[in-house]
Design a protein around this ligand. Structure first.
Ligand code: HEM
Length: 348
């Protein structure tokens, strides 16, 4: 009973994830919360930056209040993994927001709380994705088949969760290609060598194009464009420890895809596993494999066909607009055809 009296309905942000009904014996440290609004006014335009600053003052686990919800904020790899993996069930919930209940008539898998129904729904969604072997993924995904096979809300979940995220990743990759022309030149040389001029890149080339996958991982790490919503924090940039001797790779603010390669030029799985942009624990992204294949194919084909340049009169800014994902500010690129234009063959 005493325990129950101490129950506060807590939502949790791990600089990203929200969990309800956490049973805390005592109040965690945190900033003073004003009546009615709580700490909402302090969060500013970039809450993830504010969360990181507050962590310096209150530690990696602290408490804030938004409206009438108490929220626990977890920062950093250790606290996040400890919660999401070691206490995976407790940290698999979603807050009881009215807005969440309105999505897909309250039947959305992504926004429903941990329950038998969510488990069943997630299984269906996973099997929907597994029904399309990754090798068959082409830019034109066969979603029409999925529509016939699976309940509607599952499709809405998959499209909703997969569309904005992958398109944001594409925007950042294009921006970084023009910001770092040496990286783009290296990718062009590699693709020309591995693929040649007469066909488009395919998933079978992936093994020989490890530097391209490293570029994708580096874009995800460097931008950490899913900062607070229901997942991983931007400060993860500092979490990657490179085993490479070069000093500059230890600086998280330097963009260098080679930090993800081992001494043989292959992807180093120990390092790629540290990129937590797809979250971890029971609510981790179920589209992570398909997202990486999509990103690989899109960017490989674009680079095979075109070179990208920025407008010389425009400064290439890494600033971003804040939403469910962090997006680059509006920018222009010029795409020039590099050789003959090849068509994409859609799957049978
Ligand atoms: C680069 C692209 C992507 C990123 C960065 C990303 C990231 C995330 C994150 C951070 C979460 C939240 C996990 C949590 O709450 O703990 C999530 C959930 C989810 N993602 Fe993704 N995602 C991406 C692409 C995709 C794609 C392509 C699909 C589907 C085809 C997808 C389907 C889902 C679904 C269904 C969930 C909800 C899982 C649940 O609540 O159990 N995602 N994703």
């Amino acid at each position: 009973k005493d325990k129950d009296r101490n129950l506060s309905k807590l939502s949790i942000v791990y600089t990203c994830i929200w969990v309800r009904n956490l049973r805390l014996k005592r109040r965690l440290p945190g900033p003073f919360a004003w009546p009615v609004v709580g700490n909402a006014m302090q969060l500013g335009q970039m809450p993830h930056i504010t969360f990181a600053k507050l962590a310096k003052k209150y530690g990696n686990v602290y408490q804030i209040r938004l409206g009438c919800s108490d929220i626990v904020v977890l920062n950093g790899d250790k606290a996040i993994r400890q919660a999401l993996i070691q206490h995976s069930t407790e940290f698999a919930g979603r807050p009881n927001f009215v807005s969440f209940q309105m999505i897909s008539g309250g039947r959305s898998m992504t926004f429903t709380n941990y329950s038998k129904q969510w488990k069943a729904h997630r299984k269906i969604a996973q099997s929907s994705l597994r029904a399309f072997p990754l090798q068959t993924v082409r830019p034109k995904k066969p979603l029409s088949n999925m529509l016939q096979l699976r309940p509607w809300t599952t499709v809405t979940d998959l499209i909703g969760a997969g569309q904005d995220t992958v398109s944001t990743l594409m925007q950042w990759m294009l921006l970084l290609l023009v910001k770092y022309p040496d990286v783009q030149a290296k990718l062009h040389n590699l693709i020309d060598k591995v693929v040649g001029p007469d066909r488009l890149p395919s998933t079978e080339d992936r093994r020989s194009l490890a530097y391209l996958d490293a570029f994708i991982y580096e874009t995800m790490r460097f931008t950490s464009f899913v900062p607070v919503t229901i997942l991983t924090p931007r400060p993860q940039m500092s979490l990657l420890k490179s085993p490479h001797p070069q000093r500059h790779l230890e600086d998280p603010h330097i963009f260098d895809p080679t930090r993800f390669l081992d001494e043989n030029g292959d992807l180093d799985k120990d390092i790629t596993n540290n990129v937590m942009i797809f979250s971890t624990g029971k609510r981790r992204c179920i589209g992570n494999q398909i997202a990486k294949v999509e990103a690989f194919l899109f960017i490989a084909i674009l680079l095979h066909q075109c070179s990208f340049e920025n407008n010389p009169s425009e400064h290439i800014s890494l600033d971003c607009s804040y939403g469910l994902t962090l997006k680059p500010l509006r920018f222009c690129v010029t795409a020039k055809l590099r050789g003959k234009l090849l068509g994409v063959v859609s799957p049978a």
